[in-house]
Design a binder for this molecule. Structure first.
Ligand code: HEC
Ligand code: HEC
Length: 390
């Protein structure tokens, strides 16, 4: 009896001891940063995405209106600290995973895997997402569960699959012990104190600064697309046409959809008894399955993702089921399943399935157009790169 008591007591002590001791990675170098920070505060967005000028908020309601007027201000040193945090494996419980493990700059911050490997070799249930002008989106993640990057920023750190750092106080203590953080917090926030709020703010500032607006499409739009090939022009016209319908969902400057009544997608609104919008989502069901293993935000609906940089972000869909853009186009012309919540755009008006009618040349043209959305400047910009590299 006594022995058992001591054994249990010992075990409790041992686990308590582990719980407040965060081991810092021994092989993490000091980040190499420029003396003058990059101009992260100059947020450059493509036209058609920049609804409220360059003013961004911490919290939004379903209509996209700011909730408490708390602004997300990006400062050069705040985002610099965010960049270090984004690439630092010390943010995971066992020092093996950083945000960048699943978000690679050269792939527009996706990772090329169907599912990603997180903390302790655990596998994410969904495909890692590219980071495409997230500061302009009010529906983040595949199921739109976060409205702002401030809400999103610490979720991956705490996620038991992704980084395992469920106890954020532990993260604070850990960062306090790493020598390169104190000066960085001082520059970013005018004081050395590490807090959860500041970690979240710095990460949000860095993610918010990640923008793509310098693709060939953006550059050519100024000159009326005169340098587009015939195939690319055909693809662009089809993309915006009733025949292919792409832009009716993947619309606006981000070729994406938002939640709320002001979105060009404008699909599937619902009001509660007091007339308040409860469900006006930039998300829909495109008939990938008859029975969904993952129902997204309900009824097999998933956020309508941005098609910017799509050439770099294979494999595709929430579960990375398609390896190529050809497979995606084949889905829209011959693979759509008649799910009962299938988007009406893929029915004939009497509820019967109607897939897109596109021939091989038209599909090729659409893919050629999608490739003009690739922004190489973003994927090589040093201000988004890994500061821990020698
Ligand atoms: C183990 C892999 C993994 C790690 C580590 C990881 N992510 Fe992600 N990330 C994902 C996956 C998978 C999704 C999609 C999740 C979903 O929709 O449920 C995602 C989604 C996102 C999105 C949403 C993009 C959008 O447009 O909606 C952002 C932003 C993001 N992650 C930032 C981060 C940050 C910041 C960190 C570090 C604090 C991080 N991620 C760490 C895998 C990862
Ligand atoms: C009815 C709305 C709708 C239409 C029309 C539509 N899409 Fe989509 N698209 C979606 C949704 C929703 C997803 C995400 C589905 C999922 O992952 O479950 C998606 C996903 C994609 C993806 C994969 C994105 C990624 O990051 O993995 C590509 C590429 C794509 N669509 C291209 C197109 C093209 C090209 C057209 C026109 C031929 C088109 N879509 C028409 C709603 C639509």
């Amino acid at each position: 009896m006594n022995k058992l008591f001591f054994l249990l007591f010992g075990l409790i002590l041992l686990s308590a001891g582990c719980a407040d001791k965060a081991v810092i990675s021994p092989d993490q170098d000091t980040p190499v940063l420029p003396d003058e920070p990059y101009a992260y505060h100059e947020v450059k967005l493509p036209s058609g995405t920049n609804m409220g000028g360059n003013v961004f908020f911490d919290d939004l309601d379903i209509t996209g209106a700011p909730v408490n007027n708390t602004r997300l201000d990006i400062t050069p040193w705040g985002a610099t600290l965010g960049r270090v945090l984004f690439y630092d494996k010390n943010l995971s419980l066992n020092n093996t995973i950083s945000c960048a493990s699943c978000h690679h700059q050269d792939k527009a911050f996706s990772d090329g895997q169907q599912f990603s490997t997180g903390f302790q070799g655990r596998i994410t249930p969904r495909n890692s997402m590219a980071i495409i002008n997230p500061i302009t989106q009010n529906n983040l993640f595949w199921d739109s569960r976060s409205r702002t990057i401030s809400d999103l920023s610490l979720k991956p750190v705490q996620n038991h699959i992704e980084m395992g750092m469920e106890n954020l106080d532990l993260l604070v203590t850990k960062l306090e012990e790493i020598p390169y953080y104190k000066p960085l917090f001082k520059k970013a926030f005018n004081s050395e104190y590490v807090t959860k709020e500041r970690i979240s703010s710095a990460l949000s500032q860095f993610i918010g600064s990640i923008t793509t607006s310098r693709s060939r499409f953006d550059q050519s739009s100024v000159s009326g697309f005169s340098n587009f090939s015939e195939l690319e022009k055909l693809g662009m016209n089809l993309f915006n046409s009733d025949k292919a319908k792409c832009a009716s969902c993947h619309g606006g400057g981000n070729m994406a959809a938002q939640d709320g009544p002001n979105d060009p997608y404008g699909g599937g609104g619902a009001f509660n008894s007091s007339g308040v919008i409860t469900d006006l989502r930039g998300a829909t069901n495109i008939g990938l399955d008859l029975v969904y293993r993952d129902n997204g935000l309900g009824d097999g609906r998933f956020r309508i993702p941005s098609l910017r940089n799509i050439e770099l972000t294979a494999p595709y869909m929430h579960d990375g089921r398609f390896k190529t853009l050809d497979e995606v186009l084949d889905h829209y012309t011959s693979g759509i399943k008649p799910h009962k919540h299938l988007d009406v755009k893929f029915t004939d008006g009497h509820g019967n399935l109607k897939m897109l009618n596109l021939n091989d040349l038209e599909k090729k043209a659409i893919i050629a157009f999608l490739r003009t959305l690739t922004d190489k400047e973003m994927t090589t910009d040093p201000k988004y790169s890994n500061p821990f590299k020698p």
